[in-house]
Design a protein around this ligand. Sequence first.
Ligand SMILES: [Cu+2]
Length: 65
Amino acid sequence: MTTLKIAGMTCQHCVRAATQALEAIPGVTGVEVDLASGLARVEGEAELGTLIAAVQAAGYGAEPA
Ligand SMILES: [Cu+2]
C-alpha cells in the first residue's frame, strides 16, 4: 500500500478524477482518495513515480505522504 498526498483537489469531481487516474495504472488494485485530508491510499504493485505522474497528468500535485 502506498499513500500519496494530493494537492489541488477542491470537490468530489476532483476526487473522482484523481481516483480514476490512479485506477487506470496497470498493477493498481484499489484506490481510496479522501478530499478533506488530500490523502490517497493506493493498493497494488505500481511504482511510486508512475502514481505521481498519473496524478499530475490529471492536473493535481502529488508527493509521497
Ligand atoms: Cu473539483
